[in-house]
Design a binder for this molecule. Structure first.
Ligand SMILES: N[C@@H](CCC(=O)N[C@@H](CS)C(=O)NCC(=O)O)C(=O)O
Length: 293
């Protein structure tokens, strides 16, 4: 047997094999375009690709979801390459995971007439946003979009994704510990988005809006419906913007194809079920929590 490849500390390719996808992930899904198998990997691509773009990522939402939202929403032809099994992971050609040896990886135009490979989900977000017209026109607006993006990604959705991982790996209720600040963080998101103006009325969609949408997505997937409603009720701009984005055909295409798993954590269903037993306790701690991360 091959020696397992080390992935995260304390985690091996054997874990990866478990963490990658339920049978649903491994099935071919409709994507409103051509679906084919290429080099053993599941691939969805739109037709008539003038300049190919490939997004390569695992069969989970994780650090790929806002990229998928942007790419689908743009209508730009791209290949959504989903690595759905350990065998597919092991069959990746050298260099497919980029310089960081991580996914997601972007391959496509560099915006300067050439092509490039890019790793790191945030760097990919900034690049794809620039390429596809999701970067605000002024430096000020761009900075304000980054502010929203950083809050939504680091303080909301990465906290949830890492909480799921840590809970699985340590057996501690790390997810519960990540939740008390969610109301405060969503409140900050509400203030920031409110200050920028509601989508459609005063400004076009930019990359940060997809990050805010994904934050809402994760909260709705993680909590029971009443708890999600109680967290989202006080943030009408966040909810309203998410609802507007979900009406867009590209976002709907991305949602139709959305991976079932939030993370690739092998124990995610159990972690989430256990969390729901404790969600009330987690939310009780939500008042008056400041500082730290
Ligand atoms: N900071 C990186 C983190 C990427 C990352 O942790 N990727 C994980 C999957 S979500 C991965 O590729 N794990 C496989 C490995 O470490 O070999 C980013 O934001 O892109």
């Amino acid at each position: 047997m091959n020696k397992p490849k080390t992935l995260y500390p304390g985690m091996t390719a054997v874990h990866l094999g478990c963490m990658l996808g339920s049978p649903r992930h491994l099935a071919l899904r409709r994507c409103g375009a051509a679906i084919s198998r290429f080099a053993g990997r599941r691939v969805c691509s739109t037709m008539d690709q003038p300049e190919p773009i490939t997004l390569r990522y695992f069969a989970c939402q994780g650090r790929g979801q806002i990229l998928r939202y942007m790419l689908f929403d743009s209508g730009r032809p791209f290949t959504d390459e989903i690595i759905g099994s350990e065998a597919e992971y092991n069959a990746l050609p050298p260099g497919a995971m980029g310089i960081c040896n991580y996914l997601p990886v972007y391959e496509g135009p560099d915006g300067s007439g050439g092509t490039m490979q890019l790793g790191q989900s945030k760097a990919i977000t900034y690049h794809v946003a620039m390429l596809l017209g999701y970067t605000p026109a002024t430096a000020r607006e761009s900075a304000k979009a980054s502010e929203v993006f950083c809050l939504a990604s680091e303080d909301v959705y990465s906290a949830i994704l890492l909480g799921i991982w840590q809970t699985h790996m340590t057996g501690n209720p790390a997810l519960v510990a990540a939740i008390p600040k969610m109301r405060q963080r969503l409140g900050n998101l509400e203030t920031m988005l409110g200050a920028r103006g509601a989508l459609g009325a005063s400004r076009p969609v930019d990359f940060s809006d997809f990050a805010a949408l994904f934050a809402v997505d994760l909260i709705e997937q993680l909590f029971t419906p009443p708890a999600a409603a109680s967290v989202l009720e006080p943030v009408p701009t966040v909810r309203g913007n998410a609802a507007l984005l979900r009406q867009r055909s590209g976002v709907q295409a991305a949602l139709e194809r959305r991976c079932e798993r939030m993370t690739g954590c092998p124990g995610e269903p159990e972690v989430v079920a256990a969390f729901r037993e404790m969600e009330e306790k987690a939310l009780e701690g939500a008042a008056g929590e400041y500082g730290g991360s």
